[in-house]
Design a protein around this ligand. Sequence first.
Ligand code: ARG
Length: 584
Amino acid sequence: MVDPVVALTEHVQQAMAAGLGAEFAQADPVIRPANKKQTDADLQVNAAMALAKKAGRKPREVAQAIVDHLDAPDLVESVEIAGPGFLNVTLKSQWIAAAAASMIGDPSLGMTAPQQETIVIDYSSPNAAKEMHVAHLRTTVVGDSLARTMEFLGHKVIRQNHLGDWGTAFGMLVEHLLEVGEGSDEAKLLLTDPNAFYRAARAKFDASDKGEVDSDFATRARARVATLQGGDPESLRLWREILELTKGYLRRVYDELDITLTDDDIAGESSYNDELAEVCQTMEEKGLAVMSDGALCVFQDEFTGRDDKPVPLIIRKSDGGYGYATTDLATIRRRSLQMHADRALYVVGAPQNLHFRMVWAAADKAGWIKGTEPIHVQIGNVVGTDGKILKTRSGDLVSLQSLVDAALERAATVVAESRPELDEQTRATIAHQVGVAAIKYADLSVSHDSGYTFDLDRMVAFQGNTGPYLQYATARIRSILGKADAADPRGPIVLTEPAERELALKALEFGAVVNQVGETLEPHKLAAYLFELATAFTSFYEACPVLKADDPAVRDSRLALCRLTLEVLTRGLSLLGIEAPEQM
Ligand code: ARG
């Protein structure tokens, strides 16, 4: 047990049971970090105010009763009653030291695993044969961090890359592939710059459709949609060819960014094709869907538009085609009834919120959600330093690759300046790790639903709340440990200086923070925590000589604190999907 809040909770509950009555044995003691402006204590117990009424006593009397019965000599140094009945608790430094030392070398770092859940995480989910743009970058990074965190917490994680791999656009893509020739350089664009392939196909289609060129491309593309949907083997083969190339592209992007998604995680829209007719039929039979203007629609009273009339969720268009909503009905059904998800996370842009709420409400009415909580992890916009959504000069959304390239290039410049003496290969490795960290941390350090500014200078800086700063902190600690020639320092830890105590206490919070991220789905809380830990380390390192400590016992203790900080930082960064370079 390394979390002082959990340890203190047990003791306070025992004190409440003894001093107030057995019915208080499970009451929440409401423990918070103490307000450092008012007291030097570590924790504050606020139960007295909350429980006074139920106990039929004044808050200060309740507080006194708890203090009188609190029996935690190993954990608690002193308790004082303040204000209306707060308890300010100062922890024993020895307890903190022992708890901190017990974390060293422990792969779980003192984290108490929550009750295991099955968690489906839908993230990245780009559209095939179109380049991933900046919004996909953020869902990829946030989703991957959540997947890593949930796995660390011991949950069963099922990754789902809901690839947009079906739809009418494939008619024109297949025809374009045939024209440029399978295996041609232009076809291979799908591997490197899928957007270029898509744009070329689109331009041909538009020109032909508007009659600007003498070509039947648009006609052929439309006919291809029909044969594809009809299951014609040759059309399907060509469609698969496009998908295979797209997968190659995705593998490269995920690999470059160190994202844990693999081909096996792809559960594209097309994987639901066989279920869509039945989904519509069942919705209709259950009286949930009705025909309106030739389309099959679900109207739900709780979703109304400006005119106060229910807005339709279209599940079969008037031309008989199925759409995004139909697929998502089948999707939540599979995730709940077949995968038995306890939570199904959809890490998707905020503008899709209404879509998801309507789909899930309809699926729930159909009995397709059982024991599953679907959650939209809303992703906010990425904006440029001018505050506007990132677009290229031609008005397209900025591509993911161009952002990644820019960050990697900037990181290379920074590393070349800071470490000119390193050989090129080493510098390139570090620059890559730094560039990826810069992007990911910028995505993750801001709450996922608010926008963030893509500002390369700030993101790549080694100072401030950045990914590279945290990486730098780990490299610095590695170098201290290297100089000490202490392969496996474990203490014992002795806490005498305030900065040592602060650092150790911060480290003890790790497990609670990770658990919190698992519940609230907010990786930025972990990012903020790691930044606080790195800051506490800096204060410690400024105040407390490590290598130059005179007393060998003090030196060992401080080396152990360095090692603990390094372990927590590297583990925390890995949950954000960020690698910590050996040196920087
Ligand atoms: N492909 C979609 C897009 O790019 C995101 C899919 C999200 N997942 C889902 N189940 N709808 O906007």
